[in-house]
Design a protein around this ligand. Structure first.
Ligand code: XIL
Length: 367
């Protein structure tokens, strides 16, 4: 009977989704009950087309760099929230949610910190103060934080970092204890915020995602306050088996969600090879659209996957060109002139199809 009920409401959702033609990602995502976000650079808000596409298509933003240590902490004594505040003001003006990124990372830290030869005691003090000051400054204006970013290497071992063991905050020989410590500090600073562990290259089932899974399972069993895992999802769109990749992503999302946490796709982009003028082949852009479609579907078919966020939205501004030294690019949903690409249509159609019908039985809450 309950199952009957479920299929009935599923069909209803299906009908609603197909008759009401959602013309933007944002409308379709609202209807599907998922957040659709993008990383943003506040220096671009003054560009009319940037601002209007952003407000029209997305219901969530995340500062791409504006809340990183090197921006917020120009020196030991200063907290500079100007860039982050611009993002929050834009979001408020357009009824968007804000994700915070990121409080603890071994990279993108200012020189005064990394070259300061501080003791573990001093670093522990700096980090606790940083987490508390930044989270309290934003309060409930930021609903979710990447508390820790990229703490694991490709084998699932903890990366060396200033916060872990170089010299670390005093928990260098204790595995994930330093991560546990900062989640506890974050929860104390802002009990209402959702706290995420964010990671690269742990999207499919592999050694790194096994380690993330084990850590989160341990944290949940011991009551460490963690609410979610962010899967960055920077994908190189050539050498991959599309279908088996998205099946593996879906399985990974399902096992994380089964621990009682949320999964956010946090930094989604699909880079493709580009020529010297920055242009990709039509075939690669088509394959890119298929990858976007597959990943969005993998999220929507898991109830615990609650947000899909791309790392920028226009090929005009993306970290990929410089990161790949000009060999890759065109990774996002809109081209350099803000025209929607095939990838955009793929994401829109997946979002418009809604999420209920696609639940595999094994992860639907009523099963
Ligand atoms: C990148 C930004 O996009 C660039 O603007 C910046 O120069 C370097 O950092 N994983 C992360 C992000 O968690 O913070 C990184 O962002 C991309 C990889």
């Amino acid at each position: 009977m309950a199952r009957h009920h479920y299929w009935f409401s599923a069909c209803l959702v299906c009908v609603l989704a197909s008759t009401g033609s959602a013309q933007t990602l944002r409308k379709a995502a609202d209807r599907a009950g998922v957040l659709i976000g993008t990383a943003v650079r506040p220096s671009q808000f003054s560009e009319r087309r940037y601002a209007s596409v952003l407000a029209r298509e997305f219901n969530m933003v995340e500062p791409e760099d504006a809340l990183k240590w090197w921006v917020v902490r120009p020196d030991r004594h200063t907290y500079d929230f100007r860039a982050g505040d611009k993002v929050v003001r834009f979001a408020q003006a357009h009824q968007m949610q804000v994700r915070g990124h990121c409080l603890v990372w071994g990279r993108d830290n200012p020189d005064w910190l990394t070259r300061g030869h501080f003791t573990s005691r001093q670093l522990s003090h700096f980090l606790r103060d940083h987490i508390s000051r930044v989270m309290k400054h934003y309060g409930d204006q930021v609903f979710a934080w990447d508390v820790v970013n990229e703490a694991l290497d490709e084998n699932g071992k903890l990366r060396d970092s200033i916060w872990y063991n170089q010299p670390g905050i005093g928990l260098a020989a204790s595995g994930t204890a330093y991560i546990e410590q900062v989640f506890r500090w974050a929860h104390k600073a802002c009990p209402g915020a959702l706290l995420f562990y964010n990671e690269a290259e742990g999207e499919t089932v592999n050694r790194k995602s096994d380690a993330i899974y084990a850590m989160v399972k341990d944290f949940k069993e011991r009551g460490v306050p963690i609410d979610g895992v962010g899967l960055q999802m920077h994908i190189s769109g050539n050498d991959i088996e599309n279908e088996s990749m998205t099946a593996s992503i879906s399985a990974n999302i399902a096992r994380l969600a089964a621990l009682g946490i949320q999964v956010h796709i946090t930094e989604f982009d699909v880079s493709v090879p580009v020529d010297s003028s920055g242009l990709a082949s039509r075939d690669d852009l088509k394959q890119q659209a298929d990858i976007y479609r597959g990943v969005v579907r993998a999220c929507l078919e898991n109830a615990g996957c609650t947000a899909i966020q791309t790392w920028g939205f226009t090929d005009r501004y993306s970290w990929i060109r410089s990161h790949s030294r000009g060999t890759r690019g065109q990774a996002l949903l809109f081209d350099r002139d803000y025209e929607p690409k095939a990838a955009y249509q793929a994401v829109l159609s997946e979002l418009s199809a809604g999420r209920v019908l696609s639940y595999p039985r094994s992860v639907h809450p009523s099963n």
